[in-house]
Design a protein around this ligand. Structure first.
Ligand code: SF4
Length: 250
């Protein structure tokens, strides 16, 4: 059996998405970020893959890598309705700079917001539900029709991500983490090498950026994400649930 035939057998959906992810890691797990994106976009999931980006502090690198492979791949951007104006401006800046042609801005369902958060204060009383209706539900809708999605999560970001594989099973989809093995220094070096613009809030003390009510400045010496949901137990938004996420690495 030729190698590609063997792979086709291994990734047979009949064997389940877990088996598919394992087979992909065995064959492609050592690819660098560019090549991983290229094989996913061009060979494994052509026309059936999207990138999900928060257009936040660390988003430019993955978006640049995608633009070098194919700037026409759909990019899903979740606008929770509570984002910083600077994030929306940064989205426009990166779209123009990188030539991305299919950035899809996804909003929460108005009825769900009206029903659950009529006074826009749900983040104070039930932030998990707030993230659910503003992030998780819209993303689930946006990913309909795709068999795989690209994220910007890195192993260095927290303990839960420390064993992140390049390919993961995510329900009935494959989730791909091309930057899994990158360090903070790698990201900075890449951004400098390609002269990528920085999110305007980074220089103002926000190394991790989400929604306005749930993001605060980080003091010197604090963890990079100490400003997210400060004072609350919450550290996850639910997008990668089952696993983890603060939403900053998508
Ligand atoms: S990060 Fe805060 S404001 Fe944004 S969706 Fe989650 S709880 Fe709501």
């Amino acid at each position: 059996m030729a190698p590609l035939d063997a792979l086709a057998y291994a990734v047979d959906p009949e064997n389940g998405v877990d088996a598919e992810a394992a087979a992909l890691n065995a064959r492609y797990g050592d690819l660098d970020a560019h090549d991983a994106i290229a094989i996913a976009v061009e060979s494994l999931f052509p026309g059936r893959i999207a990138l999900v980006s928060s257009f936040s502090a660390e988003s430019a690198v993955l978006l640049h890598l995608l633009s070098e492979v194919d700037p026409n791949v759909p990019v899903i951007f979740l606008d929770t309705g509570r984002l910083f104006a600077e994030t929306l401006e940064y989205r426009t800046l990166l779209i123009n700079r990188l030539g991305l042609t299919d950035v899809r801005t996804i909003m929460p369902a108005p009825g769900r917001v009206l029903e659950n958060d009529p006074h826009r204060a749900l983040w104070m009383t039930n932030p998990d539900l707030c993230c659910h209706i503003r992030k998780t539900e819209p993303l689930a809708r946006a990913l309909n029709g795709f068999d795989a999605w690209l994220t910007g999560r890195k192993r260095f970001q927290n303990a839960l991500r420390s064993r992140l594989d390049l390919f993961e099973a995510d329900g009935d989809r494959i989730k791909i983490n091309p930057l899994a093995g990158w360090s903070a220094g790698d990201l900075k070096s890449y951004a400098a090498m390609h002269d990528l613009p920085e999110h305007p809030l980074v220089s103002k003390g926000y190394p991790s950026i989400g929604c306005v009510p749930c993001t605060s400045r980080v003091k010197p010496g604090e963890d990079q994400r100490a400003g997210r949901w400060r004072g609350l137990e919450k550290t996850e938004c639910g997008i990668h649930t089952g696993l983890e996420s603060d939403g900053s690495g998508i």
